[in-house]
Design a protein around this ligand. Sequence first.
Ligand code: DGP
Length: 112
Amino acid sequence: MQDCIFCKIIAGEIPSSKVYEDDEILIFRDIDPIARVHLLCVPKEHYKTVAELNAARAETLGRALQKIGSFAPSFGLDGGYRLVMNQGEAAGQTVPHLHIHILGGEPLSWGK
Ligand code: DGP
């Protein structure tokens, strides 16, 4: 999508600190980290929320979660980590391209 920051990062038009990439997903460091380790995992296909999932997108998302699980120790997340997906503006979603926040590298507190 033309005006989407994450589509531009995926296309290489905006630089990012990439930690993993394959045909379907990209994982890169959040520009404004709220934890010692704060990564974003995005599908390369543009859509906004899980309300737009279809079978193919759900399979990609499942594979993304598997990748996160298998790569977490090498990201410095071996002590545990949190996955967050903000869905819509009221939940704090600021970039309308589905993404999974991967937070960790330190003890995390819980809040809304
Ligand atoms: P959310 O608020 O859930 O939509 O999260 C969007 C995140 O995207 C937010 O934590 C900051 C991050 N972000 C926004 N613009 C950029 C960017 O240009 N580069 C990187 N690496 N992260 C960005």
